[in-house]
Design a protein around this ligand. Structure first.
Ligand code: PEP
Length: 250
């Protein structure tokens, strides 16, 4: 039985003071028994949010990392730096980074390998554009993105990765995928993992859906057999996030 993961992606919102007051508002209402809950926050809010979450089982993650430990790379933060801070999770290859910062599938692979070698838990994002969906190449694209992201990674390490299926057209648009489309895409990713490794690895890896998840659509999306939770943007910035996390109403 895979434990669900609900990861909030705050994007470039919530500097430290706002971040801490938000966390203090929701932290005691979050159920971490049935889901691993992660808040992926801006770098400068990581330490304040970690401090505010002490005594809870809610984790934090970064939204990106550099694959080198250090170097003359102005403006970047390395996985090694996150590791030193005690940050457990990191999002890799979010479509906003692929689109806005020229991140490639091979770059995603390098970062994923590095994150695993440091003991960080990568949340690797894949997903198609609206054009690609209309062209009927969604499943091919997901197979390709997944295969490249996992290249050179052992099955023992692959199980530690969380893959987030995030159709680009659903992110921040209010137009979530149907539960059937989310299930089909997550199943395609799982079968790709089975093809690269084996059934055991495919059954162990957690695959999330992301794209306009709300407290209202989360129960149906997260009930799909191959959907192991969600990567949640806009709704993770609102007190309602507690309802997304406690999605079965308990
Ligand atoms: C995201 O940021 O990964 C995301 C899915 O955003 P939203 O939930 O706002 O669509």
């Amino acid at each position: 039985m895979r434990k669900k993961v609900i990861a909030g992606n705050w994007k470039m919102y919530n500097a430290p003071s706002k971040a801490v007051s938000f966390v203090n508002q929701i932290k005691d209402k979050i159920d971490t028994d049935k889901s691993d809950v992660v808040l992926c926050v801006p770098y400068i809010s990581l330490q304040p949010v970690m401090d505010a979450l002490k005594g809870t089982r809610v984790s934090v993650g970064a939204q990106n990392m550099h694959y080198k430990d250090e170097g003359a790379v102005t403006g970047e933060i390395s996985g090694a730096m996150l590791k030193e801070m005690g940050v457990p999770y990191v999002i890799i290859g979010h479509s906003e980074r692929r689109a806005g910062f020229n991140e490639t599938d091979t770059g995603v692979n390098l970062k994923t390998i590095k994150a695993l070698s440091l003991g960080l838990k990568p949340i690797v994002c894949v997903g198609e554009s609206l054009k690609q969906r209309k062209e009927g190449i969604t499943n091919d694209l997901l197979r390709r993105q997944t295969t490249i992201a996992l290249y050179g990674i052992s099955n023992g390490d692959a199980e530690k990765i969380i893959i987030a299926y995030e159709p680009i057209w659903a992110i921040g648009t209010g137009m979530a995928a149907t539960s059937a489309d989310a299930e089909e895409a997550c199943a395609t990713i799982r079968e790709t993992v089975a093809g690269i490794y084996d059934r055991e690895t495919a059954d162990a890896i957690r695959i999330l859906y992301g794209g306009s998840v709300t407290a209202d659509n989360a129960p149906e999306l997260f009930a799909q057999p191959n959907v192991d939770g969600g990567l949640v943007g806009g709704a993770s910035l609102k007190p309602d996030f507690e309802r997304v996390v406690n999605f079965d109403g308990k």
